[in-house]
Design a protein around this ligand. Structure first.
Ligand code: NAD
Ligand code: TDX
Length: 369
């Protein structure tokens, strides 16, 4: 895609989608990037290592809720685009405690959008006209679908987890800053992403590592919950299209047009592992004669587990010409190759952070803090 060289302030750029977005902007020489990231358990400098030393890239460790820091970075860097990926992103963790979700997703987004307004009001001419604040959100704000139908941009919000409720609140704040103050803001609500650099707490990387290590793969409930899977690089391209051609005040739904039950997804993943047995043999000590399907381990369901998500991508397709390039087979094949050849990254990000145990499995009781 074509954009004149721009300055992108990317929050949450050391995370999964943000890291892929930074890689796209820098490798395709679309712009300069300043990453602001708190480096929580989910954010890692290792994800951005290839860019260290590049004159087009700068990293600052900090919180989007730190008003003084945010103000200072806006003034120093003078971004054309602010892209807000920073968030607590894991539903299971939000079941254990929603504190960080409220703090970052709601309060942090409020501080960021509020400071973006002051910054934008200080711009003039073309700089002011072309400035965009883009907020990354999720299809989970729409709640759960029955057997039929799709989420459109008109679907009423009905979030069911503390995570999706906090994302819904942040979407409302961004939208309100456009309606009330005319801040040129856009929002995208995307379905489940997969690809390189995803922290191994989410279904695909967790199942992939467990299967490689011949460990049980936990499947919540009956495994028939449906998600709409999108390869992360397709999501990053959609974001660039929204920045370049999206209308301020608009929301764009982004999805893979790839609905799958969790069980079907896992069987497809296992087939990809089988297909890449030679690569696994070459890069690891793991046994490749594993009956991966036998590792499936049904465990108690996630409380409040949404049954089905499916995105109608008609608007972004019609108005911005975006469609996903990868299908699940090609995207998963790339993902398996990436993880098998980046097990050092997995070890580094998991170390002292997360042992891949089940999170958020039980409803909280009165005695819980
Ligand atoms: P992630 O958990 O991998 O990364 C989040 C990043 O934000 C981390 O680098 C973390 O350190 C950083 N961060 C957290 N709190 C911060 C704070 N207070 N200040 C600054 N940085 C902070 O998440 P992800 O999967 O890359 O998701 C990115 C965004 O996309 C999120 O807003 C998420 O809600 C949204 N989203 C994710 C998916 C998905 O499938 N992963 C789908 C749709 C939307
Ligand atoms: O071990 C598991 N077993 C399992 O059956 C895990 C981690 C998940 N699941 C199920 C729950 C979901 O139905 O797999 C499905 C996918 O789960 P996650 O990977 O946790 O993703 P999900 O809860 O669908 O949310 C993701 O997509 C939307 C991201 O984490 C969100 O940030 C994004 O907004």
């Amino acid at each position: 895609m074509t954009l004149s060289i721009k300055k992108f302030l990317v929050t949450g750029g050391a995370g999964f989608i943000g890291g892929n977005f930074v890689a796209k902007v820098l490798s395709e020489e679309i712009g300069k990037v300043l990453v602001l990231d708190k480096l929580t358990y989910a954010g890692h400098r290792a994800t951005l290592r290839s860019w260290e030393g590049s004159p087009a890239y700068r990293f600052v460790q900090g919180d989007i809720g730190d008003r003084q820091l945010v103000q200072q970075l806006f003034q120093e860097f003078q971004p054309n685009y602010i892209v807000n990926f920073a968030a607590e992103s894991h539903v299971d963790r939000s079941i254990e405690s929603a504190d960080d979700f409220v703090e970052t997703n709601i309060v942090g987004t409020y501080v960021l959008v509020d400071e973006a307004l002051s910054y934008w009001q200080g711009l003039s001419g073309d700089e002011a006209r072309s400035f965009r604040f883009h907020h990354i959100s999720t299809d989970e704000v729409y709640g759960s679908l029955g057997a039929t139908g799709y989420f459109t941009e008109q679907t009423p919000y009905a979030p069911n987890s503390p995570y999706s409720a906090s994302k819904a609140a942040s979407d409302h704040l961004v939208r309100a800053y456009h309606r009330t103050h005319q801040l040129p803001a856009t929002i995208s609500n995307c379905s489940n992403n997969y690809g390189s650099y995803q922290f191994p707490e989410k279904l695909i990387p967790l199942a992939l590592l467990n299967a490689l290590e011949d460990k049980p793969v936990p499947v919540y409930g009956d495994g028939l919950n449906i998600r709409d899977w999108l390869y992360v690089e397709d999501h990053c391209e959609a974001i660039l299209q929204v920045l370049a051609h999206g209308q301020p005040g608009e929301t764009y739904n982004v999805g893979g047009r790839c609905e799958m039950t969790n069980l079907d997804l896992l069987h497809t993943l296992f087939q990809c592992l089988k297909d890449q047995a030679d690569l696994i043999r070459e890069h690891t000590d793991y046994c490749i004669d594993v009956d991966y399907a036998s590792l499936i381990n049904f465990v108690p369901d996630r409380p409040g587990h949404d049954r089905r998500y499916a995105i109608d991508t008609g608007k972004i397709q019609r108005e911005l010409g975006w469609t996903p390039r990868e299908n699940l087979r090609t995207g998963l094949a790339k993902t398996v190759t990436w993880y098998v050849t980046h097990l050092d990254w997995c070890r580094e990000v998991l170390k002292d952070n997360y042992d891949r145990r089940r999170l958020g499995s039980a409803k909280r009781t009165v005695s819980d803090p």
